[in-house]
Design a protein around this ligand. Sequence first.
Ligand code: ADP
Ligand code: MG
Length: 489
Amino acid sequence: MSNTYPSPVRRRCVRHANCNASVLYCTADWREEPVPRIRVLPPELISRIAAGECVERPASVIKELVENALDAGAGRIDVRTMDGGRELIQVVDDGGGMDRDDLCLCVTQHATSKIADDDDLFNIHTMGFRGEALASIGAVARLEITSRRPESDVGHMIRVDAGKMSEPKPVAAKPGTTVEARDLFHAVPARRKFLRTNQTESGHITEQFCRLALAQCGVAFSLRSQNRVVHELQPVNDRRQRIADLYGAELADVLIPIRREGGGVLVEGYVAPPAESRGSGKWEYVFVNGRYVRDRFVSHAIKEAYRSLIDPRRYPVAFVFITINPDVVDVNVHPMKTEIRWRDSNYVHGQVLAALRDKFLSTNLDHGFQATREDDAYRDRVRKAMVDFFTQSRSGPAPVHHGAASAGPRTTQEDAGEMPGRAESAPGASTPGVESTTPPPSLSRGDFAPLIPGLEEAAAPEAHVSRALQVHNAFIVAETVDGLMIIDQ
Ligand code: ADP
Ligand code: MG
């Protein structure tokens, strides 16, 4: 049947790539062309597009291969890389292996032994379940898989190059599986260009390796790069020991254990004293049912627990392991499974916060305290502000500035005991140091708000401020009913 409608056209600017402004600016240079029709993409292109989701860089290949080894029940996993994983990534495990038929299927897209139906999708007990990693790696690299089941006398080997699989060959092999991925992204040169230097990629690999090894401390791991041993980890019962093996005993020894159980959520692990804070957020390791995740609710809870204990520009060191019933957490949110969705995120947030806070309240956090230079500078500024406050309080009025707006104020509530100058100022009497006349002690922070910008937002609602002063255009020092409050604006 012939089409009675003219075929739809679109205008395309021939001078500028991706220019949609032909009508307005490029009137001389546009041409009309037919709107392309929908087409189904060829299978190789489909798998390369899919591969982009879970194979971002060599470290993501290692994640997928090691997770497969863990799912196969391996007790030992050896990882080897050459040229930052660009030339070779090899993962050897002693797990359950695959027979000939499984080996042929494992590189097919959406082929998995880990889930069978809809219900399983919300009851995941394995690291993998999407059945796409091996197919994806096979679509963008030269893949060789050798596997033997322990009960079988012989192993088999297959090769996949740019999505094309060879016939399986019987080979002599140890029980378990060896996967080698060579020339990563040779089939997608555009992608290869996005890889960074070998050193940077090796850094990502080591970081990825540490996350996997932290999650499974009962498994022996090794990591070799250019035939050099980076990590050699014995299986251990104690997570602190695994942390020591990865990051050194100096950190592991000062870690504070945390544990809280309730409402079907177990929060455990180790957190570092505030003095161990770092300049990067990478030191926050959160695992949910053995899977490393980045979760904003858990992160917020950790930050909240450390609030006012560390400089807000720094990050705590924390290794938090959450065990929760798999049917109340959705892990199928992100192709790399590093994000999750909680059924009750507030509850999890509360449990993590309480686990840390309770521990902090019963722990001497000064243990092993060594101030950094930044901490020293910060403390000096606060000390100077306080000295000024009290000197000014005694020696006459000081100006109240109305300058700086308060973005993300820091609040330090300190019990100052008997405050200097307090005895001199009977309630209701005029107080030197404040621009206005002294308000009675029961006045709330709101009464000072028009006077000192930032006080309204910064002071806790229950803080009854009896007098307040802004010093150095940076700090608000306020006397409260039961102590002293310093707000860094
Ligand atoms: P998924 O892990 O999501 O199932 P993969 O593509 O990673 O998908 O692996 C496909 C299947 O291949 C797995 O379900 C598993 O049965 C098998 N497999 C992969 N790696 C191994 C391994 N190291 N040992 C045993 N079986 C494996
Ligand atoms: Mg997998």
